[in-house]
Structure formats: C-alpha cells, structure tokens
Design a binder for this molecule. Structure first.
Ligand SMILES: Cc1ncc(COP(=O)(O)O)c(C=O)c1O
Length: 462
C-alpha cells in the first residue's frame, strides 16, 4: 500500500518532531492520530475508542469533553484573551486563582498555608522558577553559598535545563550535557528495588535518612539550599515512599535550614486521594509547584507557591535590586486562570477527591490481584495512580533487558484492547482521569490481564 504523502500521517512523519520518542522509529511507525475526546476516552482517526488510562500525560483529570471548561475558556477569550502580569498588571481571574491556590496549599508549619503564587505555563517552568527562587532567597538572607539542590534518583521534574537537572533519570541527561553542577541525587525510596536483602522497610528508611544526612554533612550544610521531591514519583515508576520517609527526611532538612520543595505537578488536586500528595505523606513544604490537573490540562498553566518567609526574602531582594527580574510572557494568562478556576469549582462541586477515595481502592485492589501473574514483580500505587513492575524472574526480581522493550510491548497489546497505558523502564503505569468510573477501571484491568497473558506468550516464544 503506497502512502499518501499529503495525509496527516505522512506529514506528521515529514514535519513534526515528537518529544520522548525514538525519532528514527517514528519514521516507520508514524503517529497515533487522536481525533476527539469523550469522557475518559479518546477516539482515534480510524474511529477506535480508547480509554485514556494515563489521562493524557497524568493531567486530563476531568476527561476529554468537559463543556464547562470549554465555556469558561470561551467567556474569557471573548472578554480579555490576554494580559501580562509584569509591572503591576493584573486581571480578576488570576487574582482569584492566586487567592484560592494559596489558601488551599499547605505551608511549612501545621495549619499554615502558602503566602503567594507565581504563575508559569508548565511544570518544568514552575520547577525552574523554584530553583531560581532557592538561589534568590539565599542571596536575600545573606547565605548565597547555599546553592546546591538535592533531588532523588528516578525523580522527574521536567525537561528544561534546570528541571531536567533535578530529574534523576539518566536518559534525560545523556548527551544534553546535564545535569547542571550543584544538583545532587540521593536514593529513590523504592523498597522493592532499593531495599537490601534482609532489610526491613523501617531499616530501609533509616538508611535513606542517614544517606541524606551524610551527603549534607559531606557537602557542607552551608552549601545546600533545597531538597525537591514528588510526593509519589510518577514518571520514575509510581514510587510510593515508606510511610514515615518524608517526615523523617524533613526533620533532617529542617536541622540544616534546607528548603523543602514539593513537586505536586502530578499529585496535586486529588491524584493520591487527598488534595495534595503533601497531605497524604506529611510534607510541609516551603515551596510547592503544581500544573497539569490545575487546569485539567485544558490550558497550559502552572504555579510556584511560596511560604511567607520565602516571599519576605524575595520582597527584600527585589527591593534591594530594584526589581524582581523573573517572569514569562504567558505567566498568569487570564484564559488559563479562568479555566483553572472552573476546574477547581468542578473539583469542589463534584467532590472529585472523594470520588478518587471511593474508586481508587478498586484500581489498587485490581493491580494487587495481578501481582500473582508470572510477569509481575510488584503491583503498587495509591489513589488513582499505580504501576505494575515487570520482571523476568519473580524470585531474583531480575528485570528484562531494556532492549526487549517488554513494557512497551505490553502497552501495545493493551492498546489493541482499547486502553491507553504507558510502559516506561520496567513498569506499566496507570494514571486515569480522576473522573473514571468503577466500570471503566474494570475494563482497564481486564485489558491489562489479557495483555499480560499475551505478553507472557510473546516473551516465552522469544
Ligand atoms: C512531577 C512532575 N514535575 C514536573 C513535570 C514537568 O511538567 P511539564 O511537562 O508541564 O513541563 C512533570 C511532567 O510530567 C512531572 O510529572
């Protein structure tokens, strides 16, 4: 069959570079063309209906056809389609959004909320901003040498230069000359993979806490500015930390005046069954970044929220220098703000967090039930995020060689059954829209069970 060079399929191959894609493979595979959305599903160009088990990229929290968000965007586009927030400019929607977000987000001490919000367009920009604010803050308080940041291996914080440096996934660094100097990575709190033989989970946590403190002392506490973490690592494999990991880690950080940044880009707005992953895991951050479900992904918008203490240092520094010289043309976009406000209203009115608490256990129980499958080493997750870790040997926990791309093959089989999931590294990842029904969860799980059996046949046949 010859390819129509004018078709969207051919023109995508000819002109479009796909992020996080093998570019050579794309020239033969071509794109999966998605045409439209309906509830938790999308429909491809051939009319196939697929449940979006990843909510796009962990973000389309209200599914793909929420008319209220379309209307909110339309109203704002008609009234005022753009205004910047540089040099004292503001608009009603962004003021209201800053008010609501700061009131909702946990601050550094119990009962305290965040003080101020600074807006950008993506999670990466929110984290880049947080990194700059760590430096700005420490200049302001007279400790400019406190400039190193500690992140975790397998953490994901984005792909701009700073955010990719914070990210602890080697393929995000390789041949991009990253990470930047001054970013340190500590062990990922994944007991299944990182725990040592005979080590209990409590001993594992002790070891990670000791490792962190040793690193701080070795580098010099006066050189460490901040620690950044996702409450649950998403892209790195939906890694749910041991229960007291964050409170223990924070104790160490506070001891050495190291700021805590919670990257809530995935966890924020209900994913873990609380509004914030920080609530679920006892994190009391000095800064909090959020994006994705902030606007249900209907408009690119992100925020870096800061505590009163961080804000006061920023205020003093901007006064000293004459200006707070940071910001993005589209940061605080009024249309994004209007969409985010409507999203937050829907979360409240439909009790979306309560829904996650009600249906999340169905997903988690279904995943745990699949742990008996010969290919599954570990089933894990919380709320409406989860992962199945694939192994070639359940006893030794040996992974498949990456070149075999077993998780990718499995995701392909599941997609043939009408469900989109993501295979990454050794895991199959789950992050459906927060509105998913129990019946849809069952459909997802059935497709996964059948896909696992097909993949087992394929693995054994090779
Ligand atoms: C936890 C986390 N932080 C930051 C980012 C980066 O967000 P963006 O892709 O909007 O730059 C992501 C994206 O997946 C993420 O999962």
């Amino acid at each position: 069959m010859s390819l129509d060079l004018n078709s969207p399929f051919a023109r995508d191959i000819a002109h479009h570079i796909h992020p996080q894609t093998n570019l050579r493979l794309h020239e033969t595979e071509g794109p999966l063309l998605i045409d439209r959305g309906e509830g938790c599903s999308v429909i491809d160009s051939e009319g196939n209906r697929l449940i979006e088990g990843m909510a796009g990229m962990w973000c389309a929290s209200l599914g793909f056809s929420e008319q209220r968000l379309v209307d909110a965007a339309t109203r704002q586009l008609q009234r005022l389609p753009y205004m910047q927030t540089f040099a004292h400019r503001s608009t009603d929607p962004i003021i209201e959004l800053a008010t609501q977000l700061t009131a909702m987000a946990p601050g550094p001490r119990p009962g305290e909320t965040m003080a101020k919000a600074l807006f950008a367009c993506s999670g990466s920009e929110a984290n880049d901003t947080a990194m700059k604010l760590v430096w700005y803050y420490h200049h302001s308080i007279g400790k400019p040498e406190k400039r190193k940041l500690i992140a975790r291996r397998r953490g994901y914080h984005g792909t701009t230069i700073a955010a990719a440096s914070l990210t602890g996934l080697p393929n995000m660094h390789q041949d991009f000359n990253l990470p930047l100097a001054g970013v340190l990575h500590v062990t990922c709190p994944h007991y299944y993979r990182e725990g040592r033989p005979g080590e209990s989970e409590a001993q594992f946590t002790d070891r990670l806490v000791a490792e962190l403190e040793a690193l701080i002392l070795n580098e010099g506490p006066d050189t460490i500015g901040a620690f950044i973490a996702e409450p649950v690592m998403g892209t790195g494999g939906v890694v749910v930390p041991p229960e007291d990991y964050f409170p223990r880690v924070q104790e160490v950080l506070r001891k050495y005046d190291i700021l805590v940044i919670a990257d809530e880009v995935i966890c924020g707005f209900g994913r873990t069954g609380e509004v914030w992953g920080s609530d679920t895991f006892g994190i009391r951050p000095d800064m909090l970044t959020c994006a994705k479900a902030l606007s249900a992904a209907y408009f690119p918008i992100s925020a870096t929220l800061v505590s009163q203490a961080v804000y006061e240092a920023m205020r003093a520094e901007s006064d000293k220098l004459g200006n707070f010289s940071h910001g993005f043309t589209y940061g605080g976009h009024p249309v994004g703000a209007a969409v985010a406000l409507e999203t937050l209203a829907i979360y409240r009115e439909r009790d979306i967090v309560g829904h996650v608490r009600r249906v999340g256990p169905r997903l988690q129980a279904g995943l745990r039930a699949l742990a008996d499958h010969p290919l599954v080493g570990e089933a894990r997750g919380i709320g409406l995020m989860g992962a199945l870790e694939l192994v070639q040997d359940k006893v030794t926990r040996a992974s498949f060689p990456p070149a075999r791309k077993v998780p990718g093959y499995l995701a392909g089989r599941i997609q043939k059954r009408g469900v989109i999931l993501r295979g990454r590294d050794d895991s199959l990842l789950f992050s459906p829209p927060l509105t998913i029904s129990e019946a849809e969860i069952d459909t997802v799980l059935d497709a996964v069970a059948a896909g696992l059996d097909e993949t087992l046949d394929w693995v054994r046949g090779h």
